[in-house]
Design a protein around this ligand. Structure first.
Ligand code: SF4
Ligand code: SF4
Length: 178
C-alpha cells in the first residue's frame, strides 16, 4: 500500500519499483542488463530540478512545473554526470551487464574515510541491513566544487534493486567472494 506522500513509496525509504517501472519512471530489467543507466529514485512532488540541467544530453525532464517527478528518456548512457548534482542523493547508476551474475551500482557518497579500490564492504539495503558482500570498483569525484563522490560497487545481480549504500567491514576475515 502506498504512503500518503507518493503512490510510489510503500513506507519510508522503500520504493515500489514495479509500480515506478509500470509508469515509466524506472528502467526495466531488460534495459538494466544492456548496460549502465541512471535511476532517479525521486518519487515525491518536491520543488527541485538540478538533475534536469545536469544532463547535457537532455535525458532528464521535469518541465515547467518544478514539482513534477523527474522522468528519464531512453537515451541515457549511464555516464553518471547527474549523480553528484542531486541534493537528495537520489540518483544511482545501475549496470546489469557484468558477466557471471554480477552487476554494478554506483552510489552518491559523502562520508569519510573513503573506501579503497577492491575493498570488500557490506552492501546495505534501504533499511541499512547488510544483504551481500560488495567490492569497490571505483571511487570518483567529478566536480572540484562538490564533495559528493561516486562510488561504484560490484554486487550480485539479484541485489541490484536493493543495495543502495555500503558499510566498511569492521572485522577481518570476512572478505568473501562477491
Ligand atoms: S547518467 Fe548521464 S546520460 Fe544518463 S541522465 Fe545522467 S547525465 Fe544524463
Ligand atoms: S535533483 Fe535529485 S532530488 Fe532533485 S528532482 Fe532531481 S532526482 Fe529529485
Amino acid at each position: 500500500m502506498s504512503s500518503d506522500v507518493s503512490k510510489y513509496i510503500l513506507q519510508p525509504g522503500i520504493l515500489d519499483i514495479p509500480c515506478m517501472q509500470k509508469d515509466g519512471l524506472y528502467p526495466d530489467n531488460e534495459r538494466i542488463r544492456r548496460g549502465p543507466v541512471a535511476v532517479l529514485e525521486c518519487p515525491q512532488e518536491i520543488p527541485c530540478n538540478p538533475c534536469e540541467t545536469a544532463c547535457k544530453k537532455g535525458c532528464i525532464e521535469i518541465g515547467d512545473d518544478i514539482t513534477s517527478i523527474p522522468r528519464l528518456d531512453d537515451q541515457c548512457t549511464g555516464c553518471g554526470l547527474c549523480l553528484p548534482q542531486c541534493p537528495g542523493l537520489s540518483i544511482f547508476i545501475l549496470d546489469g551487464s557484468l558477466p557471471g551474475g554480477k552487476a554494478a551500482v554506483t552510489i552518491p557518497y559523502e562520508f569519510l574515510p573513503l573506501p579503497e579500490a577492491d575493498e570488500i564492504v557490506d552492501g546495505l539495503d534501504r533499511y541499512g541491513k547488510s544483504v551481500c558482500d560488495a567490492r569497490i570498483l571505483s571511487i570518483k569525484r567529478q566536480y572540484l566544487h562538490d564533495l559528493c563522490y561516486s562510488v561504484k560497487l560490484e554486487i550480485p545481480f539479484t541485489q541490484i534493486h536493493d543495495v543502495r549504500h555500503f558499510r566498511k567491514k569492521t572485522t577481518q576475515g570476512r572478505k568473501n567472494e562477491v
